[in-house]
Design a protein around this ligand. Structure first.
Ligand code: HEM
Length: 295
């Protein structure tokens, strides 16, 4: 949820989300804004059409929770993608994505409260007594703090402390994943996938300390993240259900069980590495050739 104010940026009192800082239409911001709104509108449409199944609140809580965590992850991916794809303008949509993640988390909490008949005493006692809800609450409170301090004014006021405060997004992502894991009944495919992507994001922060990572470091990071993901899934089933760890590991090699999260993590992160490599090669071309390649 980072802003990009500089001392020279002309400030406007109000800009639409699809405008850039000087009030021009930004196609990137427009597309991202529409994409962020789409899941919420789709959920609203399904609710109006009576298409949320036998337990509409349950379905709406699930969908809003899923979009909250997905968007939180997309917001975390902005910095690596901006650097690796040499796409500086991507940073202009990070704040919007982060705030949308909070919006879906807030909707998720609101739907939960509504489902409990707006009985705030019951809601509070549930949040205090049920560990996965306590964790979700702390994550939601953290997101609220980050969203509230995402304005240009807050960025200016907090100065250097702002960056430190917004690093909290990583522990918040961990809490959100733990909340997701704990509420999952049997199938933990998506939480494991997200945990693996978070491992990659943490790893990226480490390897990027020495500058933009090259092919070898990105390849190593992708393989490492995939192996740790396989370890997380194996550990979860072994400790949680007593499943034989060797059989869980073997399932990674059998596509009959569907592609396991470790393979998804490998595919996604190797894809990022390949795209970064392609971009780096393109950046080395002379400008006229680059322009021709861009059409
Ligand atoms: C006070 C805050 C929160 C409350 C009360 C809450 C409550 C719930 C409830 C009741 C469920 C469904 C559990 C079930 O069906 O058994 C759920 C699921 C979920 N929540 Fe939360 N939650 C909170 C915060 C968050 C936050 C901050 C995030 C993400 C950023 C999040 C993401 C999710 C996800 C991904 C699921 C699973 C959805 C699915 O598998 O379909 N929650 N939460």
């Amino acid at each position: 949820m980072v802003g990009t104010m500089t001392a020279r940026t002309p400030r406007r009192s109000f800009t639409w989300p699809w405008h850039d800082r000087i009030g021009r239409l930004s196609p990137l911001r427009l597309v991202v804004f529409a994409s962020l709104l789409a899941p919420g509108l789709w959920l609203f449409w399904r609710a109006v059409a009576g298409d949320l199944g036998a337990r509409p609140y349950d379905e709406a809580i699930h969908q809003s929770g899923l979009w909250a965590i997905r968007l939180l992850f997309v917001s975390l991916a902005v910095t690596p993608l901006r650097v690796l794809l040499t796409w500086p303008r991507l940073v202009t949509v990070r704040r919007m994505i982060g705030v949308a993640a909070f919006g879906y988390a807030f909707l998720h909490l609101g739907l939960y409260v509504a489902d409990e008949g707006v009985d705030l005493v019951k809601v509070t006692s549930e949040i205090v007594l049920r560990f996965y809800l306590t964790i979700g609450f702390v994550a939601a409170a953290g997101l609220a703090v980050l969203a509230a301090t995402s304005t240009d004014g807050a960025i200016r006021r907090l100065g250097k402390r702002w960056r430190r405060l917004h690093r909290l997004v990583y522990p918040i992502a961990i809490l959100a994943i733990v909340h997701y894991f704990l509420q999952s009944k049997l199938d933990v495919t998506e939480p494991v996938l997200m945990a693996g992507l978070l491992v990659w994001l943490f790893g990226y922060r480490l390897v990027a300390r020495a500058g933009r990572p090259g092919a070898a470091r990105l390849f190593g990071l992708a393989v490492g993240a995939a192996l740790i993901t396989a370890g997380i899934e194996t550990g979860w089933y072994a400790f949680g259900t007593g499943a034989d760890p060797l059989r869980v590991l073997a399932a990674h090699l059998d596509v009959g069980f569907g592609l396991r999260p470790a393979l998804w993590v490998a595919m996604v992160t190797l894809g990022v590495a390949a795209a970064a490599l392609g971009r780096k090669t393109l950046d080395r071309w002379p400008l006229p050739l680059r322009l021709r390649a861009a059409g």
